[in-house]
Design a protein around this ligand. Structure first.
Ligand SMILES: Cc1ncc(COP(=O)(O)O)c(C=O)c1O
Length: 393
């Protein structure tokens, strides 16, 4: 297998052009949810523009007027174009999906050979890959066993086998907050396929999506667009190498296939089942238009600052932080690892102060967004101070 990766895929960070520039100030003000919310990695409360636009689209769909239906239908084109813009890809390579997992399953079921996946990944990868392996037998999982949950280039290099045909990895790990280095992973795997679950970083940090062959995500967390706003990009190499096993009638070219069953499309369209949800596409489009308008580089810098502040408070009260400190190796998730005996007290203090986080297996996942205000950070600091004052050393 060649170590050379085709030139067209090594273009570095995706440039994001701002069509309608939104000021950072206006974007920050649009975060109108309640103070204390630090759980953006679980669910992103919907933005005002998403709420308003989806009401307007729903009204248009209620009229039955052709012009109104067409207008809402055009959301699909716009959403694909904006996803492509963020990934520096062609809109034809992007298809809308019900969720991240649906997109990943389209890829997993069509793979052949060994697929490297960390055992600690979110189940969208581990379960889908195992089901695909068990049911089809054409691919098998080669498990990575990271000590710390970080899928690093060194870990992957050491695990590659002659059978390995693909690496599947999260851009940002849902538990540790570790941000994978897609460019470095590409270097390590040569021309094998790179499949990326981008849901925990898409739209809030810049990434070398051009280094990947399949990138899947959803807009209900960091994009504030609600569920149903999934998407996937399949590069031409992905289309050439992944069998469209789960392809439905929407995955063909041309008109609705009736009285005959044509071959799947030769493009990313093959990895679809039936028509996209136009209301969901509208929510995704408006959310992405806003983000592209502000600039993902600008959002990334702000988010790094909010995560810094969470880490500062944790350090101040001697609570271990699992997430890497280097801004380029994290996004919006800060994972705290209190001593096992302290975990329940920390979780209780956060709840008592009106802070929403995810507590799982003794770890506390804190996920601010750029709109996280000084009030919320103060509440968080107060909760940690109270916890520390009652901690028995
Ligand atoms: C890393 C990761 N992947 C996938 C998912 C699930 O995504 P979806 O609901 O879009 O399938 C989550 C949800 O928390 C996640 O954290």
């Amino acid at each position: 297998m060649s170590d050379e990766y085709p030139r067209e895929y090594t273009s570095g960070k995706a440039p994001v052009a701002a069509a309608d520039v939104t000021s950072l100030g206006a974007y920050l003000e649009s975060f109108d949810g309640e103070a204390g919310y630090l759980d953006w990695a679980a669910f992103g409360p919907l933005s005002p523009s998403v709420r308003n636009d989806s009401h307007a689209d729903a009204e248009l769909l209620g009229t039955g007027r052709a012009a109104g239906l067409d207008l809402v239908g055009d959301n699909v084109r716009e959403a694909r174009e904006l996803v492509a813009q963020v990934m520096a890809a062609e809109p034809e390579q992007v298809v809308l999906q019900p969720s991240t997992t649906y997109g990943l399953m389209q890829a997993m079921y069509g793979l052949a050979g060994g697929v490297l996946i960390s055992r600690a990944e979110f189940p969208s990868l581990t379960v889908s890959a195992t089901r695909a392996a068990d049911s089809l037998g054409s691919m098998h999982v080669e498990w990575l066993e990271p000590q710390d949950g970080f899928v690093t280039p060194d870990l992957v290099r050491a695990a590659l086998t002659d059978d390995t045909r693909a690496l599947a990895v999260s851009l940002v790990d849902f538990r540790t907050g570790y941000r994978a280095d897609l460019s470095a992973l590409r270097e390590v795997i040569g021309d094998r396929l790179l499949i990326v679950d981008a849901i925990q970083g898409f739209g809030v940090v810049q990434a070398d999506y051009a280094a990947a062959d399949v990138v899947c995500g959803n807009g209900y967390k960091w994009l504030r667009a609600g569920r149903g706003t999934g998407f996937a990009r399949f590069s031409q190499r992905a289309v050439d190498r992944i069998a469209p096993v789960l392809s439905g009638f929407d995955g063909t070219d041309g008109d609705l296939p009736v009285d005959a069953v044509p071959a799947p499309s030769g493009s990313a369209q093959a990895f679809t089942v039936s028509g996209a949800d136009e209301l969901a596409a509208g929510r995704l489009a408006i959310a992405l238009r806003e983000i592209v308008g502000v600039g993902i580089d600008v959002i990334e810098a702000e988010l790094a600052d909010r995560a810094d502040q969470i880490m500062f408070h944790a350090g101040r009260y001697d609570i271990a932080v699992v997430t890497p400190h280097e801004p380029e190796r994290r996004a919006g998730i800060v994972a705290l690892a209190p001593a096992p005996a302290d975990a329940a007290a920390l979780a209780a203090s956060l709840t008592n102060h009106g802070i929403t986080v995810t507590v799982r297996g003794g770890s506390v996942r804190v996920a601010p967004h750029v709109g996280t205000t000084a009030d919320t950070l103060r509440l968080f600091g107060d909760a940690l101070a109270e916890f520390a004052s009652t901690r028995v050393r």
